[in-house]
Design a protein around this ligand. Structure first.
Ligand SMILES: Cc1cc2nc3c(=O)[nH]c(=O)nc-3n(C[C@H](O)[C@H](O)[C@H](O)COP(=O)(O)O)c2cc1C
Ligand code: SF4
Ligand code: SF4
Length: 376
């Protein structure tokens, strides 16, 4: 079986999967259960000065079947007092087998009070700083840095838009050692069309979205962070199956944060996905996960490429479904011949009309229509 051991801040974990801050990390019992299920590391729920009181309900699944593996939430930070974490929950983690990350939010004033006592428990391996704004994350990191030598992860959110990367750079300058990217995305709004009612509790019923729908966004952020800064990144967002873990690792993630997958699939998700990831690597000739880490980064294009695509057509694979013809937005494609999977079939491309968008190849399920010069 391929080796999945993963090293983060000098600590080697048997698994790359880290339980991200969320409902399953509500207290020490939750963290231990995640370890027992196979997590390599765990992150506490976010500690703040005031414990959270959450709206009800605060976790709902999408009503649309097009958004499977996605979750909406209006859950806040830890609903246990931070003092309880310091006095009971963190000490109960003594002897834990992986990387224990304490999540602290959301302002410098809170970091000033909470960071020292959390670090003094001696059981935490890293501190994750979480904030709602790009300015507070930098101040929070600086405040925590002044109070501990532990590695600091700045948790980044795509909600900051173009300010994300300057904020990331400023967080590093303030003393962060790496990033967790990304937090859930929002605000979003879902309505039950049978009742016209919102599906989730909270002011305005606006929710944060996590899971499958956000993974491509998370991967874009992770790739950019790794390329720009070269520091450890816990790639977090939408890892639901083993192949997702491969993809997130290929864009450079050092370790893999997961919240929604074990929430929706149960804690046994950790063990099952570990086995499937190992099997995928075996089947593709890799001895260890580290061999695919960052593998995609050298292929990302630094300049725009507009050269025409060259198409290849295999008539023996073509089912004559006509999707490539019907769905071409520019009416550039026609076909000759009627008999599926026969040499009679011919593709005719009007090069004056074709914009080389690629949709025809994408919709061809049997891969009868392919590219001759892509990827390049
Ligand atoms: C119900 C719920 C509660 C969450 N609570 C926190 C939190 O307290 N602190 C935090 O930093 N992130 C929190 N998150 C965000 C997750 O840690 C994670 O960044 C995000 O969900 C993306 O990962 P995923 O797609 O694997 O869920 C929460 C996510 C969910 C779904
Ligand atoms: S590449 Fe785009 S424009 Fe050209 S034939 Fe295919 S779908 Fe039509
Ligand atoms: S989409 Fe593919 S299978 Fe369908 S007609 Fe076009 S080439 Fe043939």
């Amino acid at each position: 079986m391929a080796d999945l051991t993963t090293t983060l801040f000098g600590i080697t974990m048997p698994s790359p999967f880290i339980l991200a801050s969320g409902p399953l990390s509500y207290d020490a019992t939750g963290l231990w259960e995640a370890y027992r299920a196979g997590a390599g590391g765990v992150t506490t729920k976010t500690l703040r000065l005031e414990h959270a009181i959450n709206p009800t309900p605060h976790m709902v699944v999408p009503r649309s079947s097009n958004l499977r593996g996605t979750l909406f939430n209006t859950e806040k930070w830890a609903d246990l007092p931070w003092q309880q974490w310091v006095e009971q929950e963190l000490p109960a983690m003594q002897g834990h087998p992986g990387v224990l990350i304490a999540s602290i939010g959301h302002t410098p004033a809170e970091g000033e009070v909470i960071a020292g006592p959390v670090a003094a428990t001696g059981v935490v391996n890293a501190i994750e700083c979480v904030a709602y704004t790009k300015d507070t994350i930098v101040g929070l990191v600086r405040t925590v840095r002044e109070r501990t030598d532990l590695p600091i992860l700045a948790k980044l959110t795509f909600n900051w838009g173009d300010d994300l990367y300057p904020a990331a750079e400023a967080a590093l300058d303030a003393g962060a050692d790496g990033f967790t990217a990304i937090d859930s995305i929002g605000p979003t709004l879902q309505i039950d069309i049978e009742t016209g009612q919102p599906t989730i509790g909270g002011v305005g019923n606006k929710a944060w979205m996590s899971g499958a729908a956000i993974r491509p966004v998370a991967q874009a952020v992770v790739a950019e962070l790794v390329a720009r800064f070269g520091v450890p990144v816990i790639g977090t967002g939408g890892i639901i199956q083993a192949e997702d873990a491969v993809e997130m690792t290929m864009v450079g993630a050092t370790a893999l944060g997961v919240c929604t997958a074990p929430l929706l699939r149960g804690l046994e998700w950790f063990g099952k996905t570990h086995a499937k990831l190992s099997a995928w690597l075996d089947a593709h000739g890799y001895a260890r996960l580290s061999e695919v880490r960052g593998a995609a980064l050298p292929h990302l294009h630094a300049v725009e490429d507009t050269q025409p695509l060259v198409f290849a057509f295999d008539p023996m694979k073509c089912t004559k479904c006509d999707l490539c013809v019907v769905l071409c937005p520019y009416d550039a494609r026609t076909m000759a011949g009627d008999r599926p999977k026969s040499p009679d079939l011919k593709q005719i491309l009007d090069e004056q009309r074709c914009r080389y968008c690629g949709l025809c190849v994408e919709v061809c399920k049997p891969a009868a229509l392919t590219y001759g010069n892509w990827p390049r």
